[in-house]
Design a protein around this ligand. Structure first.
Ligand code: ATP
Ligand code: MG
Length: 427
């Protein structure tokens, strides 16, 4: 009886060859662009103590309340597969005392995140983010700079039709009276809210503003706006962010109802939306999180950053973008054991010289080997037969023109390397 096949877990995706090239390209562009903006890579673990996210993201957020992959490990320690990266990067920053090293204030990281959400187009349970964070800088110049870095990156990927939404969430000082006013407003319209928001209205009224249920969105259209409550300091900070963005010719839309899904944001919040993505239209978002480092037990340093969702980015790439140019490949068709051994050695040597080479491992006929070479789309085939081998020769065949030529085995590696590395492929 055949064993039943084991499938992957819902919301967890494989990335296959053919698609993975786009990921590699996006990652390489990210590394190039973000390092040119002065960000250095940091790699943090996937598993962290649950407490880190509870404190860092906020207890009364959707992520912490219902989306985290949390479990007890074999020692009874409560651990969580990271739902986002900022809390981990901040934890690492504190743990390694990076604040005393002024060269390490700007960091980026790339990797998988885990949230137990309902899988659908653009929304998965394991997804990937590129995170960019800048610590220790209060000045609104850095807010403008991270937004500019994000847009430069997206521009480099040739993604068009993007919109930048910008808001200020104020600081704990000016947010308290806003929150009270919002709670008051929501109490009056409670009967119109979805069940989640009926609860959120009490536990964390700001979260209602993040609700995607249309009826809740309608209710919010009449809600008080944070922008009307900003204290002088927050108002000036926000004005300067806008001025600097204008200096950089960044177009943005003020969105007074955008709050972002995490509790730690203060002052600047932003999102980049793509029209072509449908319901899951946010490509990335971020903002300032000045109190986070202190809340996690570190020095009281400000921070600003963003996260980009890679799956949604890849969906937005234009036709052919990031697919790379096909590599030139040659195939060694070998006949007889001695030729196979000589060919096997040559294949490994070619690969060490960065030439893609393949051969047949199944002892197929010459005809079958040529068919295989054809299917692989190789530009050149080297035929090694017993006769040729005895004379110290091989046959080189150009697949496109079907021309062939006898060449000496001596120096064949150099000959093939030169041939296959040349952009036009012709000797
Ligand atoms: P959304 O509003 O779409 O739920 P979010 O505000 O929860 O997004 P963030 O936590 O800000 O998202 O994460 C930044 C980016 O990561 C998002 O803009 C999106 O591109 C991507 N992202 C978030 N959740 C998922 C997911 N479940 N699957 C795929 N991508 C995601
Ligand atoms: Mg979300």
């Amino acid at each position: 009886m055949a064993a039943t096949s084991i499938t992957g877990i819902k919301g967890f995706n494989d990335i296959l060859p053919g698609e993975v090239e786009k990921w590699q390209w996006v990652e390489s562009v990210a590394r190039r662009i973000f390092s040119s903006f002065g960000f250095q890579e940091i790699r943090v673990p996937i598993l962290e103590k649950t407490e880190l996210f509870a404190r860092g993201i906020g207890e009364a957020t959707d992520i912490v309340e219902k989306e985290m992959y949390t479990f007890e490990d074999r020692n009874g320690q409560l651990v969580t597969m990271r739902p986002e990266a900022t809390a981990s990067v901040v934890r690492a920053f504190i743990e390694h005392g990076l604040h005393v090293r002024p060269t390490m204030r700007k960091l980026y990281t790339i990797g998988p995140m885990f949230r137990h959400e309902r899988p659908q187009k653009g929304r998965y349970r394991q997804f990937h983010q590129i995170n960019v964070e800048a610590f220790g800088i209060e000045d609104p110049l850095i807010d403008a700079e991270v937004i500019y870095a994000l847009l430069t990156f997206l521009g480099e990927l040739r993604i068009a039709d993007l919109q930048v939404h910008l808001n200020s969430l104020g600081c704990p000082l000016c947010r308290a009276p806003f929150r009270a006013r919002l709670a008051e407003y929501l109490a009056g319209v409670s009967h119109l809210l979805c069940d989640d928001c009926k609860r959120r209205r009490v536990t964390n009224p700001l979260r209602v503003m993040d609700c995607k249920v249309p009826s809740c969105r309608d209710v919010l259209a009449g809600a008080p706006k944070m922008l009307d409550f900003l204290c002088d300091d927050c108002r000036e900070h926000f004005q300067r962010v806008q001025d600097y963005l204008k200096d950089l010719q960044v177009a943005f839309t003020l969105d007074p109802y955008m709050v972002r899904g995490l509790d730690y944001y203060v002052k600047t919040a932003f999102e980049v939306l793509a029209r072509h993505l449908g319901a899951q239209n946010a490509v990335g978002g971020g903002g300032r999180y000045d109190g986070l480092m202190k809340a996690i037990g570190g020095p009281d340093l400000p921070g600003v950053g963003f996260a980009i969702g890679m799956e949604r980015l890849i969906m937005l790439l234009g036709e052919g973008v990031g697919e790379g140019t096909p590599m030139r490949l040659c195939f060694l068709a070998c006949l007889g054991e001695e030729a196979r051994r000589r060919g096997f050695r040559l294949v490994q040597e070619l690969r060490r010289s960065q030439v893609l080479a393949e051969m047949d491992y199944e002892g197929a006929s010459l005809k079958a080997q040529m068919r295989k070479a054809d299917r692989l789309g190789v530009t050149h085939v080297v035929i090694l037969g017993e006769d040729e081998l005895a004379r110290g020769k091989a046959i080189l065949r150009w697949m496109e023109t079907k021309a062939q030529e006898e060449i000496p085995l001596e120096g064949i590696r150099e000959r093939l390397t030169a041939l296959l590395r040349k952009p036009d492929g012709e000797a």
